[in-house]
Design a protein around this ligand. Sequence first.
Ligand SMILES: [Zn+2]
Length: 80
Amino acid sequence: MPGMPYEGDPSKYVARKNWSARPSPAAFAAAGLSTDVDPVCKRAVAVTSIASEYNDRTYCFCSEDCKAKFNAQPDKYARG
Ligand SMILES: [Zn+2]
């Protein structure tokens, strides 16, 4: 419709921007969040994000993709 402030889909730009501006561990700490390391890609992630339990430990992931990889081969990733 005419008068739209954006051309195309602005949500694509927002998603891309957030991806590249992934918070650092210090940013998580400043927000009062505990952090963990994604065992699949080794990124710092907030413990409130996507998680899976294995051997009585909770592992956190940056994305559903990493969670799926972990769940497919938990032994491979849980042992570091
Ligand atoms: Zn990941």
